[in-house]
Write a protein that binds this ligand. Structure first.
Ligand SMILES: [Zn+2]
Length: 403
């Protein structure tokens, strides 16, 4: 790289950093005059004026009111985040429905649109069709309210990889490799160019992890659309060569068990996946007619009220989950094991056999097994993770998502 090339790269980075400083200050301190911003950030008054001009142009900041100056000083114009002119949008596809949720820059929920897709197996077009309608409806509402989408993330139930991002593999809905963003864009051309694709389990794991202090090594395991996992090791998300790291639904635990769609025998999902548990709990009809979300709600309700069939079905599955946890604990040595999806609501029934199995390890007497705890964000964990990430990205690089 030439000297001039590296110089412009550096100055671009500095500009981004300074734009980020100003945005963060306005978010933290509320409406502020240019002179306040200059003294709070240490930037020169002239730089602040120029950078604020860029942020106003991008629709992220606006002049709000003129207040009298202090003493004999001139009146000052206050600036604030243009919170009511932009929106952050997450569009989630799960095994049941497509759902769009939009947030204000301060985290207030602006809208929620959802439509069931009826779980068509092996037919990604049918699911993307529903997702495009939900997206279109959300974009219509935001436009009608005078809001521009400052960032959009599409969250899917399957592992995501490649660049640009695609679904790399899936067994929950019988997809292979699927370019979800291209499919959506073909049906809904307003999909922003900066839109990204992420897997629900990673978005949910990062959101839940962000609420726990001082955790650098975490295993996240969840079940709703199938079974998924995410691994944070040494503070870093472990994705693996093919973005399959943490796909713990396909750890083979029952070596001579049923053939899994992935090609192995006895994967965790074949003995503890939602379809198996719901079938054994006598809820297969509910799954078929009212969808996965409703069927799992009923399962949890029945286990909590002591229904024998439901409890036996879940306890049997929980022991397989415990075996998988014991295997992965010795692989990763996590500080904490966090449960998400409907497992969060039945975490004691997984935590007890998991603790039992982990204590069998030879180090058991010396090193206590990591606690198995319930995530706290519920069904919205992945959507919140995506929206929080968009907000953090927007504050870190205010112009990156405007494309
Ligand atoms: Zn499998």
């Amino acid at each position: 790289m030439s000297d001039s090339g590296s110089a412009s790269l550096v100055s671009g980075d500095v500009r981004t950093h300074n734009l980020s400083l100003l945005m963060r200050r306005l978010v933290d301190a509320g409406p502020s005059a240019r002179s306040d911003l200059a003294s709070a950030t240490g930037l020169a008054r002239g730089s602040v004026t120029a950078l604020v001009g860029v942020l106003i142009e991008a629709g992220l900041v606006r002049e709000t009111e003129v207040v009298p100056g202090e003493g004999a000083g001139r009146p000052r114009t206050l600036l604030s985040i243009a919170a009511d002119s932009v929106a952050l949008l997450a569009l989630q596809l799960d095994a049941d429905q497509a759902i769009a949720v939009a947030h204000d820059l301060d985290g207030t929920e602006l809208l929620r649109v959802a439509e069931h897709h009826g779980r068509p197996m092996g037919d990604p077009e049918a699911v993307i069709d529903v997702a495009a309608r939900v997206l279109g409806s959300a974009l219509d509402d935001l436009e009608a309210g005078g809001r521009r989408v400052a960032g959009l993330t599409v969250v899917v139930f399957a592992p995501v990889g490649e660049e640009p991002r695609v679904v790399v593999a899936d067994t929950d809905l019988g997809w292979g490799r699927v370019d979800v963003l291209a499919g959506l864009r073909a049906l809904e051309p307003r999909l922003p160019r900066s839109a990204t694709l992420t897997s629900d389990v990673i978005a949910a794991a990062l959101a839940e992890a962000s609420l726990i202090d001082d955790v650098t090594d975490l295993l996240y395991l969840k079940s709703n659309s199938g079974i998924g996992g995410a691994i944070i090791s040494g503070g870093v998300l472990v994705e693996g060569r093919h973005h399959l790291a943490g796909a713990l639904g396909h750890i083979a635990v029952d070596y001579d068990g049923a053939l899994c769609d992935c090609g192995q025998r006895g994967c965790l999902v074949t003995v503890a996946g939602p379809d198996v548990v719901l079938e054994r709990a006598g809820l297969a009809d509910v799954l078929q007619h009212d969808g996965l979300t409703r069927a799992l709600e009923l399962l949890v309700e029945r286990v909590h009220t002591g229904d024998e069939e439901a409890t036996a079905a879940f306890v049997a599955a929980a022991d397989w989950v415990a075996r998988a946890i014991a295997i992965v604990r010795m692989t990763l040595d996590p500080q904490i094991i966090l449960l998400g999806g409907y497992w969060a609501e039945l975490s004691d029934l997984i935590g007890a056999p998991a603790a039992q199995r982990m204590r069998l390890a030879a180090y058991g007497s010396e090193l206590a097994p990591p606690p198995v705890v319930a995530g706290t964000l519920g069904a919205d964990a992945a959507i919140l993770g995506a929206l929080w990430r968009l907000r953090a990205d927007l504050l870190a690089d205010p112009l990156a998502l405007s494309a």
